[in-house]
Structure formats: structure tokens, C-alpha cells
Design a protein around this ligand. Structure first.
Ligand SMILES: NC(=O)c1ccc[n+]([C@@H]2O[C@H](COP(=O)([O-])OP(=O)(O)OC[C@H]3O[C@@H](n4cnc5c(N)ncnc54)[C@H](O)[C@@H]3O)[C@@H](O)[C@H]2O)c1
Length: 310
């Protein structure tokens, strides 16, 4: 179908297609891998967590319909490894139709406490990981009659949250990268979806590196009560691949944040942040952090990673 936006994209029939999913051992990636497998996709599951990949393989092989499942231990931030990964997958599967750049890590600390080493790490995984995936798999995706890329951004790729300067920087960058790439891909047979999830009930909060364990605990408690199941997020993402949707919001928080930012581009951010702080019951921790921010940055107290030069 051709609309004024351009030719219709998406992979309507996923059965028999080859899907690469990064971060496939846990969380949304694992749910995506299971759902794609149930649809009859051949699967290349990629993760740092090699044991987790082994578990996934054991779980899925029993339920398969004769498809091929390969697992690949790889760090998406490692350029040489990602360069080797693409031909490794194609040698095993013969082609690639769907690439889901899902692997990502959380990070929670105020800017003065964010070391450059931590910046390198989070940018390496959350941004370079997505660029590596697109860069090294693109020649193979371009060969397919129809192909699709999914890049995982976040609600924090729409709204800037305090304590999330590093994470938000990577997720806004994934959004900008994806929106520009989408335009470049218009005349091709490759579609692209950028996904902005709100809270999805995975291990991401427990695995998040941060400087305030109490804050992470409260966020984790809120997640336990309110976050969307990863299986539901995966179903929405797969539907967007079938339809060729360029942009997908997942969970009510993402719709709310997006709505506020469109309505009031500047004040909308503040309104969202204030509402989130109240909802998560972290007003006291926020006040403590503002005080710390001043002490460490302005008065030069301990914990200022900038003064330590790292
Ligand atoms: N869960 C949420 O609430 C939420 C919200 C917004 C965005 N997201 C995004 O969704 C994606 C998936 O998150 P999740 O919630 O499933 O997290 P998760 O922690 O449950 O799973 C992430 C997976 O990625 C893997 N991984 C981490 N670093 C890697 C690396 N360098 N190389 C290869 N694999 C690596 C982990 O081993 C893990 O299997 C991430 O990009 C995340 O930023 C999640």
C-alpha cells in the first residue's frame, strides 16, 4: 500500500523469516525472542549473558517447528565482535530480515556523580550498540526483499528526567538516529520502528547501576505494582513490525509524557518530572539529591567525579 508517507513497510508474514534480537537472554528481548519463535521465525539470539542464552535455547527448542535457533555471546558495545557477528549470523541462517537492537542498560545518578567511565559504558551499550547493529547488518538487510529494524529507545528518549542524564542522552540519541535513518530508508525495502517503552517489568531496575539504592528500591517497588508485562510489550513491538509503524509508544506513561511534551514543549517536561517524583514517592530523595548536587558541584565536596577528573 502506498500512502502520502511513502510505500507501506513492515513484514506482514514473519513465519520463516530470520530475526536477530540483541539482549535476548532476559526481559523484553527474551519475550521478543519467544514470541518471534512462536510465529515461526528463525532466530539469532545475541547477549552478553551466555548462560541466559543457554536457558533460552533449552526453553525454545522444545517448542519449535523445525526452525533454526542460534545463540551468540556478544557485547553490542564491542565493535570487532559486532563486525564478526553479522557474517556469523548470515553464515548460519543465509539471510537477515529483522534486526531488533534491544540490548540496553539502565543508569541512575546525578550528573556530578556520573563518571566519564560510566558515560563511556552506557553510551557504548545503549548508543554504539544500536549503531553497530545497524551498521554491520545493513548490507544483509538491504539484500532481503523486505526487511525491518527495531531500535529500543525509551520514554526517557522523550522526557528528560533528573538522575538520568546519561541514560536519557543515549535514548534521545537512539531516537534521533532512528528518525533520520527512517527518512534515509524511505526509498528502500527496509522499514524501521523506534520504540519508546515506559515501565516494563524486567530486571532492568535491579540491574541498574546507581548511586542511591533507596531510590532504586522505591522505583523497583513501583514497577512491581504497575509495570507492563514484557510479553505484552513484545506483542506490541511485533505488531509494529508487521504493520511497519515508524514510532511506537509502549505503556501509559509514554503516552502521558509524549502528550505533555507536545502540548507544552518546555513546561511539559517539568510537569512530567514533578508527577513522576510524586508517583514514585521519592520527593524526599529528590530534595536530598538537590542538596548533594549543590554540595558536590558548587562547594566541591566529596563524590564529585568531575573534580576527580574522571
Ligand atoms: N524495562 C523497562 O522499563 C524499559 C523502559 C524503557 C526502555 N527500555 C529499554 O528496553 C531494552 C530492554 O530492556 P529490558 O527492560 O528488557 O532490560 P533487561 O535488563 O531485563 O534485559 C537487557 C538484556 O540486555 C543484555 N545486555 C546488557 N548489556 C549488553 C551488552 N553490552 N551486549 C549484549 N547484551 C547486553 C542483558 O544481559 C539482558 O539480557 C533496553 O534497551 C532498555 O533501555 C526498557
Amino acid at each position: 500500500m502506498v500512502s502520502w508517507l511513502g510505500p507501506g513497510k513492515g513484514i506482514r508474514v514473519l513465519g520463516g523469516k530470520v530475526a536477530v534480537v540483541t539482549g535476548a537472554a532476559n526481559g523484553i528481548g527474551r519475550a521478543l525472542a519467544s514470541a518471534l519463535w512462536a510465529k515461526g521465525c528463525h532466530l539469532a539470539a545475541v547477549d552478553l549473558d551466555c548462560d541466559g542464552l543457554g536457558n533460552l535455547q533449552r526453553e525454545l527448542t522444545d517448542k519449535g517447528r523445525g526452525q533454526l535457533l542460534t545463540t551468540h555471546c556478544a557485547d553490542v558495545a564491542d565493535r570487532e565482535r559486532m563486525q564478526r557477528l553479522a557474517p556469523e549470523v548470515v553464515e548460519a541462517h543465509g539471510a537477515v530480515h529483522l534486526l531488533i537492537n534491544n540490548a540496553g542498560i539502565g543508569y541512575e545518578a546525578a550528573f556530578p556523580q556520573t563518571s566519564l567511565k560510566d558515560w563511556d559504558h552506557i553510551v557504548g551499550v545503549n548508543l554504539w550498540g544500536v549503531i553497530h547493529g545497524c551498521h554491520f547488518f545493513m548490507p544483509y538487510l538491504a539484500k532481503a526483499e523486505r526487511a525491518h529494524i527495531v531500535n529500543l529507545s525509551s520514554l526517557f528518549g522523550i522526557v528528560g528526567m533528573p538522575g538520568q542524564t546519561a541514560y536519557s542522552a543515549t535514548k534521545f540519541a537512539v531516537r534521533g538516529f532512528s528518525e533520520a535513518l527512517f527518512e534515509e530508508l524511505r526509498a528502500t525495502s527496509i522499514g524501521l520502528t523506534v520504540v519508546h517503552p515506559g515501565a516494563v517489568a524486567t530486571n532492568i531496575i535491579d540491574a541498574t547501576k546507581g548511586d542511591d539504592p533507596e531510590l532504586l528500591q522505591r522505583v523497583s517497588r513501583w514497577y512491581e505494582r504497575n509495570a507492563m508485562r514484557p510479553e505484552k510489550a513484545a506483542a506490541l513491538i511485533i505488531h509494529s513490525v508487521e504493520k511497519g509503524t515508524p514510532r511506537l509508544l509502549v505503556a501509559a506513561e509514554s503516552y502521558f509524557g509524549d502528550f505533555l511534551r507536545r502540548l507544552m514543549p518546555t513546561a511539559g517536561n517539568k510537569l512530567f518530572v514533578d508527577a513522576a517524583i510524586r508517583l514514585l514517592s521519592v520527593e524526599d530523595l529528590r530534595a536530598k539529591r538537590s542538596k548533594q548536587w549543590r554540595e558536590t558541584m558548587v562547594e566541591g565536596g566529596p563524590g564529585n567525579s568531575h573534580q576527580r577528573g574522571i
